[in-house]
Design a protein around this ligand. Structure first.
Ligand code: ADP
Length: 514
């Protein structure tokens, strides 16, 4: 590349006054330079100073910096290459790059120009070879470029937010996507944006049976008619499966034309979880019904067992008396009354259970616990076993009434007494003690207890005590305590047991007072 040092005829004056005037008033820096690596200047307009901070004279003097040295180092090679390529092709160039100004500030400039052959500035007439000079203008585009960069950065930030969003975003016009984000690509099971942009129509991501509905919504929205903004629809995943998407749609302006903006959330898993939970709930309800049915049937059998046994025993006793040489009709009458009572009781138990099944609620009323205890003691005294057992009752006088179902409370007390009886089977006659108490526990509840001197309850038995069908008895059903607890809990009370200091155990339950 030639590196002749031309004689500058003027820094910012040519021989043409009209050109000088125009050049003086034009913004930017008009230049004529040699096409060499330093771009030695042949002419620079006045605007040089405003653009670079150097006067035209400074840049044209031998001591001053070369024009090339003003170009930011990172941009230099590109500027050179683009410039030389245009020059070779004899075409104008247009290059955007940065320069360092005298004050050390970097500025974006646009360099526009073209190369041409000339000899006109060489006073040395011997120079016959035409010189290749480059003429052009350098314009300050710093503000524009900074705005452009800021816009680009803001777009990058916006894109990052949009792509980072969990929601799928789709902007479409006439079902052609004009914008989609990464979440949508992922949500629909595609590998890249292009695959979606290349679809014939966005309607192909909608399950066939949904297309008409969604197209009608879009049409209505575009025509300014009523259309739902938020709805669910079934979409076609790339793997062929159906996904349930929730969408929020609205109109927007996209590059000067109306488009539809849709944000989408995949609700498939949530829906599946809801359906699963509902199925489980139904299954559980079914199991519960079965359990309740099982508990009730076992309960009926258990409860009926007592009166029926009593009836059988009473019948046998009455027959024996009638068959004896001197039948004691009074005793037979007693037995018949008892049989009638037991039969009545059986009927009550059954109708009570039936009522429970029908309404799932028992008949609650104000009850006097002392009366119920009295009934239970009269009832058990007819059983032979208790003839050899000391029975004590400790019922506080004027106990407040409780709200409950008298037959159910009777059932609980009788169950506890019968468990005591069974626990005392192996105990000698004189050591069998049964105590039934009822006290005013506090202002809000009374406490009933059944205490025995039986074999007691081991730790092992205790751990399973209230489980349905748990029994340690040969003929036991293991339903008594579980039913007792169910009944007492339904009465908003508590049932528990404790070991006696001497022997046996005490079962207690509370009932809220009226
Ligand atoms: P079942 O009487 O049919 O066995 P329960 O649920 O009423 O059913 O009682 C379960 C088990 O609890 C009994 O088999 C027995 O082992 C134990 N149990 C209940 N009450 C007493 C008690 N008062 N003393 C000792 N063990 C008892």
């Amino acid at each position: 590349m030639p590196n002749t040092n031309p004689k500058s005829i003027s820094s910012n004056q040519t021989e043409d006054p009209a050109f000088n005037s125009i050049a003086e008033h034009l913004p930017g820096m008009i230049y004529r330079i040699q096409n060499n690596a330093d771009w030695n200047t042949l002419y620079l307009s006045k605007g040089t100073y405003e653009l670079t901070g150097y006067t035209a004279e400074e840049l044209m003097s031998e001591e001053g910096p070369t024009l090339a040295s003003l170009i930011v180092a990172e941009d230099y090679d590109r500027v050179w290459l683009e410039g030389q390529t245009a020059i070779k092709l004899e075409q104008p160039y247009e290059i955007t790059h940065r320069i360092n100004t005298k004050s050390g500030e970097q500025k974006w400039v646009l360099s526009k120009g073209q190369a041409k052959y000339t000899t006109e500035y060489y006073e040395n007439s011997e120079a016959t070879i035409p010189e290749l000079v480059v003429e052009g203008i350098l314009l300050d585009i710093n503000l524009q470029k900074e705005t452009e960069i800021a816009l680009l950065n803001s777009e990058k930030r916006f894109r990052k937010i949009v792509d980072g969003s969990l929601e799928g975003i789709l902007i479409h016009r006439d079902w052609q996507p004009v914008f989609i984000n990464k979440s949508l690509v992922k949500m629909l099971g595609y590998d890249s944006d292009e695959q979606i942009y290349n679809l014939d129509s966005m309607s192909s991501i909608i399950a066939a049976h949904e297309r008409e509905r969604l197209k009608a919504y879009a049409q209505a929205r575009l025509e300014g008619e009523k259309a739902p903004n938020n709805y669910e629809f079934e979409a076609l995943h790339n793997d062929g499966s159906i996904r349930c998407l929730e969408v929020e749609s609205s109109l927007m302006d996209w590059k000067g034309e109306t488009a539809i903006l849709s944000t989408l959330i995949d609700r498939t898993e949530k829906k599946r979880a809801i359906v699963q939970a509902e199925n489980q709930r139904q299954q559980l309800a079914h199991i519960n019904r079965l359990n309740m049915f099982g508990e009730m049937s076992a309960g009926i059998a258990h409860e009926l067992n007592q009166p029926l046994t009593a009836i059988v025993n009473r019948c046998a006793a009455a027959r024996n008396r009638i068959n004896s040489e001197q039948p004691n009709l009074e005793k037979v009458k007693e037995a018949l009354i008892s049989i009638q009572e037991q039969a009545q009781r059986s009927g009550d138990i059954i109708s009570n259970m039936r009522e429970m099944v029908k309404t799932k609620q028992s008949k609650k009323q104000e009850i006097d616990i002392a009366e119920i205890i009295h009934f239970c003691i009269t009832f058990i005294k007819t059983e032979g076993f208790f003839k050899n057992t000391s029975i004590t009752t400790n019922v506080t006088e004027n106990l407040p009434k409780v709200i409950g179902d008298p037959i159910q409370i009777q059932q609980v007390i009788l169950n506890l007494i019968h468990n005591s009886r069974d626990a005392m089977q192996g105990v000698k006659n004189n050591d069998r003690h049964l105590t039934i108490s009822a006290i005013n526990h506090d202002d809000h509840e009374i406490q009933v207890s059944v205490s025995d001197s039986g074999t007691g309850i081991s730790q092992k038995v205790e751990s399973e005590l209230y489980q349905s069908f748990f029994t340690t008895k040969k003929d036991g059903m293991g339903m008594g305590l579980s039913i007792c607890r169910t009944i007492i809990t339904a009465h908003k009370g508590r049932l528990w047991f404790s070991r006696n200091a001497q022997q046996g155990v005490t079962f207690r339950f509370t009932l809220p007072t009226v």
